[in-house]
Design a protein around this ligand. Structure first.
Ligand code: ATR
Length: 278
């Protein structure tokens, strides 16, 4: 039997992870099988237990199971613990399950390697304070940004994130507010980590948030530009991206953890998105 890997989610039918990992495996001459598993909403633990009991070696975990995976893992990477979510599981010695989070490093790698956006010394605005936002804070701080402002519809949640990550990089300034607290401020990078794009919606953001040479990034990806991406273009962001590159890069990090081989991501990205859409 080939080495077994999988992605767990609900829904999962449209997941690109099986395609991505199958590409990586072909490119790096690794013999493995990667499939999508639809777990019942209240049945992640049972599904994951069955998968690993049947010989599964590693798994990715997507919505809505990243918290279940955090609880499921026997040991956690420090970044997964701080992110409060696990997107990658690996079976280790004595069948112990290790949980990691590669989402944030996937974002940083997409920004720096694929989009040529140097994060060092940058002022960053993070919109949203839910699971997706929390997952990207630590790698952004570690990449050398000097300011991180977190704005959220429920400002207490943004403040909680500041408390969690405060002090991790003493040179970086961490602040938070409601949308109104953004008036008159400018940022080099604005990241949309709210789920508002799902509803075709956009937070009520003030004008003039983008500095010159600025980057806008929506963690979501879709066939069409999201409302946030269209707005960022209108507002004069120099470069606008969705989260497809992050998806491919977080997958590459997981693949590296499992197989100790780093796949090239550009060919896979071009295959998934042959034409740039903005
Ligand atoms: P995810 O795992 O995608 O981050 P989540 O943890 O439910 O999902 O968080 C969703 C985030 O999007 C939150 O920051 C949420 O704001 P609240 O904390 O106030 O709930 C934000 N969000 C969702 N819908 C939104 C909308 N229509 N406008 C602005 N923010 C929205």
């Amino acid at each position: 039997m080939l080495d077994q890997y999988a992605v767990f989610g609900n829904p999962i039918a449209h997941s690109k992870s099986p395609q991505i990992h199958t590409w990586f495996a072909k490119q790096t001459h690794q013999s493995l099988e990667y499939r999508a598993i639809l777990a019942p909403e209240d049945g992640f633990e049972a599904s994951a237990n069955a998968f690993f009991a049947q010989g599964g070696l590693g798994a990715n975990v997507t919505v809505p199971f990243k918290l279940d995976a955090l609880v499921f893992a026997n040991t956690l990477s420090p970044r997964a613990r701080r992110a409060g979510a696990v997107n990658t599981l690996q079976k280790g010695k004595n069948n112990q399950i290790y949980g990691d989070n590669t989402d944030g490093i996937g974002l940083v790698r997409d920004l720096t390697t694929n989009l040529n956006f140097n994060l060092a010394g940058k002022k960053v605005l993070l919109l949203g304070a839910g699971g997706a936002a929390r997952g990207v804070v630590e790698p952004l701080l570690n990449a050398g940004i000097t300011q991180l402002h977190i704005a959220n519809r429920t400002p207490e949640k943004a403040r909680q994130l500041v408390d969690i990550f405060h002090g991790l990089q003493p040179k970086a300034q961490l602040t938070s507010s409601y949308w109104q607290g953004l008036e008159g401020r400018q940022f080099d990078l604005v990241i949309n980590a709210t789920s508002s794009s799902l509803a075709g919606d956009l937070p009520p953001l003030p004008e003039g948030l983008f500095a010159s040479e600025s980057q806008a990034y929506d963690l979501m990806y879709s066939q069409k530009p999201t409302p946030f991406m269209l707005w960022a273009q209108q507002q004069g962001a120099s470069q606008v991206a969705d989260g497809l590159g992050m998806l491919v890069e977080q997958a590459a990090e997981a693949f590296f953890l499992w197989r100790q081989v780093r796949p090239a991501t550009q060919p896979v990205f071009e295959y998934l998105r042959p034409v740039k859409h903005v």
